[in-house]
Design a binder for this molecule. Structure first.
Ligand code: SF4
Ligand code: SF4
Ligand code: FES
Length: 536
């Protein structure tokens, strides 16, 4: 009997009635009522290939089992996923898939998150009747700079091929030869080197595609996943930080329909590697002895020195001579704290350096390599360019400069060096030792990515939380803390003690958001345009 409502279709799956939009396939329809139909080749963001046959289900009035991934719902359809007919079919599929699969599980990187392993346990027979020699393929093939292929583990689901054809449109991969000689490979003269190649390892349901940078480094069950946001560009892709022993071992995509769907780029995925090689600033340093070299000082005396010098310069030359460089790499709370300090000291100039590279692409990558430039403008009060600020320093209009997570001496070279010579006081807050840190009068250590809570606003105006999974290095703090402690020494309010308080005081600067609190952002963030929280 046809559904009365053309907007929906009602059917029965395992005796449970389910109503879904027309055109929904049986895997997705079953998912809505918590029933898993096992599958390998199906992925909701790729076209249906229907080649693994793992999703076979028993449909009343149909003599043979049907694959759920390519079968659309129909009114009154009665589907059984656990009937003898369906169970037996799945067992047969598992047996076939495992005939040529090597017994690699103990040494396979996918172990612990391998769909084949899990389905073998849940839906297999636990044994094999195969007595011949398994087909052998090459086990360590470089498909590209980041992806290593094991031909014996591949179950030919073609997810990797479809990703390169349908998502990146780079067409590097193909399925070559026939029968049990079938093998995935790159077309002649091609390498799997598109900017999103790591996503093929995420998509691969078995351990056939692995990331060179991660393989054999960690067992996945040792990793704790921290849900966070990539700060590699203005997209702010949602990610999981795989952490063990206070170290990030891999970054993988976290699904967010509004931001990155299921993907991340290779640069963001591997951004933890250069960060781990950087020389860290672990303690406050000062050149107050007047010497060339910086010496470590106590945090308290660094804050006192900074506050004392800023108020002395404001008294002698006027508060307007105090300026700042904010950063799109900083969080909203840090940008707000910097602005608060500058304004309290009587200054107003806040420059925002631009970090652009390449071009925006059609998928995720943005040429703006900062995650929070919008925050710097909307909350952090950025109001001038680096060129104008450096000119103001050279002409004596600025005598004291506070630099947040930026390296003007490294990025602007001689121009910035000349400006440094004209400054009476340079205070910088950074997580690495940079040329600017080395030239500072006082440098304060701040947390690196993954070490602190914070919020950022991506280029679409999506307000999202970055989360900590690592302990702060040395005496590092989120930058809002020392900035507001200096501000409180200049007569400002007491510095917030917690991230939530810092967030509240930061967003309070945006009138339209002044009632917002951290829980509202959840794991998926919210759009500033409509402030409609997404399900987390
Ligand atoms: S390499 Fe992985 S994703 Fe590609 S076809 Fe084989 S099993 Fe599927
Ligand atoms: S597109 Fe940008 S935000 Fe997304 S993973 Fe790549 S660098 Fe990170
Ligand atoms: S998931 Fe349906 S055939 Fe592979």
């Amino acid at each position: 009997m046809a559904d009365q409502n053309p907007e929906s279709v009602t059917l029965t799956i395992d005796s449970v009635s389910v109503t879904v939009p027309p055109g929904t396939n049986l895997i997705e329809a079953a998912r809505t009522i918590g029933i898993e139909i096992p599958h390998f080749c199906y992925h909701k963001r790729l076209t249906v290939a229907g080649n693994c046959r793992m999703c076979l289900v028993d449909i009343e009035k149909m003599p043979k089992n049907q694959i759920a991934c390519s079968t659309k719902v129909a009114p009154g359809m009665i589907v059984r996923t656990r009937s003898d007919k369906a169970v037996k079919a799945r067992q047969g599929v598992m047996e076939f898939l495992l005939i040529n699969h090597p017994l690699d599980c103990p040494i396979c990187d996918q172990a612990g998150e391998c769909v084949l392993q899990e389905f073998s346990y849940h839906y297999g027979t636990g044994g094999s009747r195969f007595e011949g020699e398994k087909v052998h393929h090459d086990k360590n093939v470089d498909l590209g700079p980041h992806i290593v292929f094991d031909g014996e583990r591949c179950i030919k689901c073609t997810r990797c091929i479809r990703f390169c054809d349908e998502i990146t449109h780079t067409y590097e991969l193909g399925l070559f030869a026939r029968g049990d000689h079938s093998i995935i490979g790159t077309f002649p003269g091609k390498s799997l080197d598109n900017a999103y190649s790591g996503c093929t390892a995420d998509l691969c349901p078995v351990g056939a595609l692995t990331m060179r940078e991660f393989r054999f480094k960690q067992r996945v069950w040792f990793l704790r996943n921290t849900p966070s946001v990539c700060m590699g560009c203005a997209r702010g892709c949602n990610v999981n930080l795989g952490i063990n022993e206070n170290r990030i071992w891999r970054i993988t995509p976290r699904e967010n329909e509004a931001v990155n769907q299921s993907w991340i780029c290779d640069e963001g995925r591997l951004s933890y590697l250069p960060a781990q090689q950087a020389e860290r600033l672990g303690s406050p340093v000062s050149s107050r002895a007047g010497g060339e070299t910086l010496e470590e000082i106590l945090s308290e005396s660094a804050l006192e020195q900074a506050a004392g010098t800023l108020s002395e310069i404001a008294r002698r030359h006027g508060g307007a001579t105090i300026a700042a460089i904010t950063s799109g790499h900083a969080t909203v709370e840090e940008q707000a704290a910097l602005r608060q300090l500058v304004e309290l000291a009587g200054g107003s100039r806040i420059a925002l350096p631009i970090h652009e590279r390449g071009e925006d692409d059609a998928l995720l990558i943005r040429k703006d390599k900062t995650a929070n430039a919008l925050g710097a403008k909307r909350v952090g009060g950025a109001n001038t360019t680096m060129e104008d600020l450096l000119a103001a320093i050279r002409t004596g209009q600025v005598r004291a400069l506070i630099v947040l997570r930026e390296d003007p001496l490294g990025d602007f070279g001689a121009e910035a060096l000349a400006a440094r010579g004209a400054l009476d006081f340079l205070l910088t807050l950074d997580w690495r030792v940079t040329p600017t840190v080395k030239a500072a009068d006082v440098a304060l250590p701040v947390c690196a990515y993954g070490e602190m809570d914070g919020s950022i606003i991506n280029f679409q105006g999506r307000f999202q939380l970055v989360r900590p999974g690592l302990a702060p290095f040395g005496e590092s703090d989120p930058a809002w803390k020392p900035l507001l402690e200096i501000a409180s020494r200049l007569g400002g309010a007491a510095a917030p003690k917690t991230f939530r308080e810092a967030f509240r005081s930061g967003v309070a600067r945006m009138a339209e958001l002044s009632s917002l609190d951290t829980p509202a952002l959840g794991k998926m963030g919210i759009s500033l345009d409509n402030l409609s929280p997404q399900k987390s």
